[in-house]
Structures are given as structure tokens and as C-alpha cells.
Design a protein around this ligand. Sequence first.
Ligand SMILES: Cc1cc2nc3c(=O)[nH]c(=O)nc-3n(C[C@H](O)[C@H](O)[C@H](O)COP(=O)(O)OP(=O)(O)OC[C@H]3O[C@@H](n4cnc5c(N)ncnc54)[C@H](O)[C@@H]3O)c2cc1C
Length: 405
Amino acid sequence: MTRKYDVIVVGAGPAGSMAAMKAAEGGAKTLILEKHRLPRFKLCGGGIANWVVRHLKVPEDVLERQYRVLSFFTPPSYERHDINLGGLGYFGVYRDALDYYLTKLALEKGAELKENTCVDGVIRKEGYVKGVTTKTGEKFEGDVVVACDGALSTVARKCGMWDVWFKEKGETWKDQMVFCLGMEVRLGEKVVSERFGDSYMIFTGRDIAPMGYAWIFPKRENVSVGLGSMAKTLEKKPTEYMNHFIKNNPIASKLLEGGEVILQKGAWIPIRNAYKPSYTSGLLIAGDAAGMVSPITGEGVYYAVRAGMDAGVTAAEAVNSGDFSAEFLSLYQERWVKSVGNILDFQDQIFKNTVGKILALEDEKEKDEQYEKGFVEAFNIFVSVIEKYAQQKKETPQATTQKKP
Ligand SMILES: Cc1cc2nc3c(=O)[nH]c(=O)nc-3n(C[C@H](O)[C@H](O)[C@H](O)COP(=O)(O)OP(=O)(O)OC[C@H]3O[C@@H](n4cnc5c(N)ncnc54)[C@H](O)[C@@H]3O)c2cc1C
């Protein structure tokens, strides 16, 4: 049986829920299709921008911890640089709780949700995307499909977008991705508070992984530990780098002492600039599915939320005007370029001028030696921008950088 909607959103992550919320708010009959039952676990550092928390009124019980200080450890001695984020602060969340809260916002606006439904194909008619099919053979027709199905988006791939974004440029999707390994370590609330307080931590250096970095983001009782590296530069199993980091890094090993690993999982993050075009006739693509992630920090929730909203607003307008052409839907790209594209472009420029130049070196040995320098440089530039921004915020104490032994 085929069911008919105005807007079909694939994926109930931050991008999908926000797209569905805005589409339903704009009067469109909207369906979210999600392959898991909600709330679902999502591997993530869970460091969420203040804007998301304030703008969407994320409730206290979803917020595990507030971060006021970004602590940054650089080789060779892993000196600590503390950046006081002031009122800019980030929050530590678990994504099952945050994402489910966002989905419920969409449902409150009238969107429908179908869980346990894995989309495996698209319906096309006369050059327009007109719906999706599922693994169990169901068909859902919609005038606008919004692909928010994450980094390895089935919908974007089935619509030929990977050919446009990667293949036609002589690249593969792996050239755009960082492979991450994440684990949850239980330390208990008292220990987490004593060791981390309101700091969350990032570590760089080739001792961690080639072209990689690591993080420790404390939650209430546990800490999320992660390590990411460009897929093509991994020389060993990711678990080997992780074991080396948690056991041998002079800082991390002490911070995690006595902890119990309760979960370990791998996932991909797209870390090159957001893919364009992010639309075609009958189709919009948002969040990780369209590569909207900071190439420097791997942060993506904020960008997914903002672009998801832009997609939902545009989808509702398309429904109300009866125009689903690529030309009309290009409005979406204009919107997200303004809301998040420019800041992503800026970060991409920093990335290209630092890490990018080193990745382009032909001599593998030189590349390996220079990488650490490039990555630290990228972070330093980015961090100085954050500091300036934090200083401009009137309500915040002055942002400072201190070095601690
Ligand atoms: C290890 C790691 C750490 C990270 N840490 C941070 C961080 O600290 N802060 C931050 O801001 N960002 C972080 N990110 C990035 C962040 O997780 C993503 O940018 C964000 O989740 C993007 O949201 P999204 O809605 O686009 O996609 P997702 O959150 O990936 O949601 C996609 C949804 O689509 C569903 N889906 C997938 N395929 C199908 C299908 N075929 N049919 C139906 N449903 C489908 C999935 O189940 C999922 O619910 C991290 C990512 C990783 C991998």
C-alpha cells in the first residue's frame, strides 16, 4: 500500500526532527521515517552549542553537564591550554535524550513518526523525487523528500548525489570522512566532577592517530572518550590507537584511571566542506547527509539543527506554492548558506590553509611530520576566533587563555 504525504523526512536525528517541525508548522502533512526505535543511541561526544539549548529550550534533565572551559592538550608535552568560553558555553548531553526531545517538538507541531522503518530507495517521477521505499517493501509518496539520514545517507546516494559530490571530482566518500571510535567510561559522578569540573577536553598529535585527534567530554556519571582519524590514513585498527591513547597518553590515562568501559562503537563524520548542491527536484538534503560538520572540531549538531530548520521552512513553502522544482528548492541552499554555510566555509578555509596543505604533500614522511603542526595551527586559529567571539559577548566574563603545567 502506498501512503501519501506532502513532506517525507528520512531520519529522526537533529536535522530530521527540525526539518519535520518546521514543515509541519508551515502547514505541510509531514512524516518522519526512522530506522531505529526511539529513543536510539547515537555515538557522539555530545558537546552541544549553547544556541541549540537556549533556542529550543532543552530541559534541564537532558543536560548532563555544562562546559565553561575548553581544555586543549598539545604535544609533545601535552601542555594544557584552557579557553574560558564564558556565556558561549557548551553543554554535555546524551544524544538519545536530546534527539528524542527534538523529535517530540516535531510531533507537537503535527508531524507523524514511523519508527523501525529503514528507507532503502527513492521513487522518481518525470525527473522529480516523489517518495521513498523501505526495506520491508512499503512505499511512501511525498512531494518533497528531506534526506536527513546521516553521514552515509542512503537517500543522497540513491538520488545520485554522491556521483555529483565525489565521483565526478575523482574522489570517493571516504576522502571526505573521518572514522571515529567512541567509548563511554563510567567513573561515577563524584570522580567526574573532581577530575573534569566544567571542562571538556581535546587532544591533538600524531601520537594519538595519524591525521587524528581525541576528546574526553564529561557527562554526569560517565565520560565520552573519542578518537577520530582520516579514514585513508589509518595504519592500524582504530581500537589500537584508542587503547594506546587511554593507557599511554600522560593526561588521558590519569583522567580515566579506575574507569569502567561500558560501551565502544565506531562511526563516520564528514569533515570536508558542506556538499553542494544540497537539493534537486523534489529533494532537500540536510545535516551530516550533506556534510554539514565543522572540519576542525567535528561539531555537527548545531549545523544540522539550523539547516534542518531551513529545509523544513523551504519544504512547507514548496508545498504551499505547489512548486517542487530544483529552481524553487534552491531557496533552501540560499538559506543554509546564510545561517551556517558561511561559518562552515570559514572553518574550511582554515582547514585547507593548514591541514589541507599538509595532506597535499607527496612525501609520506614529510606529511607525517608536518601534520601535527598543521592540525595544531588549525585549532589555534579556530580557538583564537572563539576567544574573540567570547570576549565580545557582553554577559560573559572575559575569555582568557591560560597555560597550566
Ligand atoms: C564519534 C562522534 C562524535 C561526535 N561529537 C559531536 C559533538 O560532540 N558535538 C556535535 O555537535 N557533533 C558531534 N558529532 C557530529 C554529530 O553527531 C552529527 O553532526 C549530527 O548527529 C548530525 O545530525 P543529523 O541529524 O544530520 O544526523 P544523525 O544524527 O546521524 O541522524 C540520522 C538519523 O537517520 C537515521 N537513518 C539513517 N539511515 C536511515 C535510513 N536508511 N532510513 C531511516 N532512517 C535512517 C538514523 O538512525 C539517525 O537517527 C559527532 C559525531 C561522531 C560520529
